[in-house]
Ligand binder design. Structure first.
Ligand SMILES: [Zn+2]
Length: 411
């Protein structure tokens, strides 16, 4: 397309406006009530005003009631820009407006809620997670408007609340209560990625955080026959369960890094205070990420069988429970339009080939995949979300905006 060069230059020319927009967004913290915040309402109302000024007037709110915040609502916004080809399903771009708290303030070099530009980067809480891509996609649309261009597909910008604390009042609310996504269409969740921008996330592993409580009998360490050592039994359980699971789940799926299921004993809770006591109780945890070809329900059965075996052999009781248990959603196929369109746009703008990949688990895209809707996670970023001194490389925001501009013009 001959106009493409001009259009991309127009996006580039919006750099400072994009930085100003994102900086203003950063100055309106949107923290969930669990984090002592008042929710997203102020930020979303400000964004609504800006969208109207940009000429995006089809704005629809789907507010989830939440009496823990002063406004009583967690706002979800869908902004629609009609496409030229009504026969095509819309393109969805799903960003979240909430942010995580700054954490330890002394670790920040700048005020987390006052964006600071330095060395080509913009610092502030929420710059990367998830401000950058919201701004990039909106300004790409504005560049189209400036050139009197209309997107080919109808574009739906979806701004959701509550992503950082489980999405009950955000994407989960929308998917479960509002029938807006059933029309289909490619879904992009630009909330994760790599600095090269060449990876498109299409899959995730199941997550099982397993709590292992072993009960024996406490006694003096010099007289072990008087008790039952829960710590030793737990150690046997740790080693045996790992072995059983490794044998049972050997699959190597090359779209993941690492390709195998991961089985890691992690946290251990304090037991006895003194060295000369045999602990009567032991609690530790596994963080397990299971490749999506396996069923975590079966894993739990295996874990119980090993617990019973060790329990009998070592005269302890091993109780299992899960702290987190998320079954992987079905992966988005590599030929889904969300993958093919996005990779085409990236190729057009940057001349690079993309690859699909999977991650350890837990993105917004899973809510769509569980409903049978193809969704991808993509952005160009360093992945410093949730860290002190969260920042973006401003060039990444501008370059991603160019990808969106090209994407909006694809069929
Ligand atoms: Zn995020």
């Amino acid at each position: 397309m001959e106009d493409m060069g001009k259009l991309l230059d127009a996006v580039e020319a919006k750099r400072d406006d994009m930085v100003a927009f994102l900086s203003k967004m950063i100055s309106i913290p949107a923290l969930g009530p669990e984090n002592g915040g008042v929710g997203e309402i102020e930020k979303v109302e400000w964004i609504e005003e800006q969208l109207t000024n940009m000429g995006i007037t089809d704005l629809k709110r789907y507010d989830a009631p939440d009496d823990r915040v002063p406004s009583g609502i967690r706002p979800n916004l869908v902004a629609t820009v009609p496409g030229s080809d009504a026969s095509l399903a819309p393109l969805w771009i799903v960003c979240h407006t909430d942010v995580v708290p700054p954490g330890e303030m002394s670790l920040w070099d700048t005020d987390p809620f006052e964006a600071v530009e330095k060395d080509g980067m913009l610092f502030g809480r929420g710059t990367e997670d998830n401000g950058q891509e919201l701004v990039a996609s909106l300004f790409a649309m504005q560049a189209l408007f400036d050139h009197d261009l209309q997107p080919v597909r109808t574009v739906k910008f979806v701004l959701v609340a509550d992503e950082e604390l489980g999405s009950t009042y955000g994407i989960r609310y929308l998917v479960d209560n509002e029938d807006i996504f059933s029309v289909g269409g490619p879904i992009i969740v630009p909330d994760g990625g790599v600095p090269e921008g060449d990876l498109i996330e299409t899959a995730e592993k199941s997550i099982v955080w397993l709590k292992v409580q072993t009960l024996g009998k406490q006694c003096h360490a010099s007289m072990p026959a008087n008790g039952i050592n829960a710590h030793r039994a737990a150690a046997h359980y740790m080693v045996q369960l790992e072995q059983v699971l490794r044998d049972k789940y050997p699959n190597m799926d090359p779209i993941f890094d690492p390709p195998e299921s991961t089985i890691e004993p992690t946290k251990h809770e304090a037991n006895v205070d003194n060295i000369n006591s045999i602990p009567g109780e032991d609690i530790f945890y596994f963080d397990i990420r299971l490749n999506p070809c396996y069923d975590p329900d079966e894993l739990m059965e295996e874990a119980r069988a090993v617990a019973d075996k060790i329990g009998e052999e070592m005269r302890v009781k091993i109780n299992l429970s899960t702290v987190q248990y998320e079954k992987a959603a079905p992966p988005t196929p590599a030929d889904d339009p969300s993958v093919t369109l996005l990779s085409k746009a990236i190729k057009q703008v940057r001349g690079i080939e993309t690859k699909v990949y999977g991650i350890g688990g837990g993105t917004c895209a899973a809510f769509f995949r569980r409903k049978g809707l193809g969704a991808v996670v993509w952005a160009t970023m360093d992945e410093v979300a949730h860290e002190p001194n969260e920042r973006i490389v401003i060039k990444n925001m501008v370059d991603d905006a160019k990808v969106y501009a090209a994407l909006f013009l694809l069929e």
